[in-house]
Design a protein around this ligand. Structure first.
Ligand code: KG4
Ligand code: ZN
Length: 339
């Protein structure tokens, strides 16, 4: 294996089909994402079978595209990395099998990347000065957790959602407000015209010990506010403010559990939300820590983060066999710390 050769990364765990090429120093040579919005919009959410078929249809073209943009043939790669979990199993099988096929044909190492680890390590690529240990707040459509990132492969989940992920809560509340899917961005736009104090909404688990999250009660309260005829913009603004308050509170508790944290890192699609970012910036400042947020396109699902996680694992001497089986559930704690 050529340690100075570029790495190809593949992401297919949910509804983004993505491919990227990084050089051995982590410079992005090419990246592409296909968001399957059109395919899932008629259903108002991601349909696993539809997602798997769309990955199968789109991935080969995306990979050819990034390889061409990077000016490389498969024989010039040093390794191939693919998300192997957690996520929707059909998509994971498509991406991991495709990656293994290339690696096997070219005699390259294959790296099975944990999607959560990829999100967790992105800041190390994009935010200079990021160093272990740091607190990660991962807020997406599928995940909502506070994670102590102590080293490569060394993670401890400090708290996670007891019911819905926060992006899911945004999407469901947006649906109740009659907004199109995916609801997060639409809800944020509507909230800009509303008064966050006009509708009294709960802040689940606020002030409680630990840093678990709960959003189903908030969603129910949104549904009731809609029935009572409150203005949609006010409900949206109130919902967003409640979420921001809860996330800030949970992060405050997490930082108490993890006083050694050198930074607060945020990742996941909900990190795009202005009110959420502002609340987290306030919390980080209060703790005297920097808030590090990768650019939005690398906060949401992408393959740059997969290639980057693959590169870090290879540098640590880690790789996976072609018999590695994708895992729909794959908690971060089950990764082995690298020495
Ligand atoms: O990380 P992501 O692209 O995909 C995964 O779930 O892995 O996150 C998508 C989620 C969706 O629930 C979407 O509604 C939410 O992130 N989201 C937002 C915003 N942009 C995306 N939520 C609130 N405000 C936004 N501006
Ligand atoms: Zn994700």
């Amino acid at each position: 294996m050529n340690k100075r050769a570029p790495i190809l990364g593949i992401e297919t765990s949910c509804d983004e089909t993505a491919a990227a090429v990084l050089d051995a120093d982590g410079r992005i040579l090419a990246e592409a994402v296909y968001s399957q919005l059109q395919e899932h919009a008629p259903f108002g959410g991601v349909v696993p079978e539809v997602a798997a078929r769309a990955h199968l249809a789109r991935l080969p073209g995306l990979v050819r595209g990034v390889m061409a943009e990077a000016g490389l043939g498969f024989a010039e790669l040093g390794a191939v990395a693919a998300t192997a979990g957690p996520g929707l199993i059909g998509g994971l099988i498509v991406g991991a099998t495709y990656a293994k096929g290339i690696a096997m044909a070219q005699g390259l190492p294959f790296v099975a990347v944990n999607h959560l680890e990829a999100h967790a390590l992105t800041a190390m690529l994009t935010e200079p000065g990021t160093r272990f240990p740091y607190l990660l707040l991962l807020v997406s459509g599928g995940h909502c957790q506070c994670v102590a990132v102590r080293g490569l492969g060394d993670y401890r989940r400090l708290g996670s959602t007891l019911d819905d992920a926060v992006g899911e809560a945004f999407d469901k509340s947006a649906k109740l407000l009659g907004l199109p899917w995916p609801g997060g961005p639409a809800l944020e736009r509507l909230a800009a015209r509303g008064d966050p104090r006009a509708v009294p909404l709960p802040r689940p688990l606020l002030g409680r010990p630990g840093c678990d999250f709960s959003f189903s009660g908030l969603k129910t309260a949104v549904s009731r506010a809609v029935q009572k005829g409150f203005a949609p913009a006010d409900i949206a603004a109130g919902f967003q403010a409640a979420v921001a308050d809860v996330l800030a509170d949970r992060v405050r508790h997490a930082l108490r559990i993890m006083p050694e944290a050198t930074a607060l890192v945020v990742a996941g699609g909900v990190a795009a939300n202005g009110a959420v970012r502002q609340a987290l910036a306030g919390e980080a400042m209060r703790a005297g820590l920097p808030l590090l947020a990768p650019p939005i396109r690398l906060c949401t699902d992408n393959a740059v983060m997969v290639a980057w996680a693959g590169l870090l694992r290879l540098r640590a001497g880690l790789r996976d066999g072609f018999d590695h089986a994708p895992r729909p559930r794959w908690p971060l704690e089950e990764l082995a710390p690298s020495a």
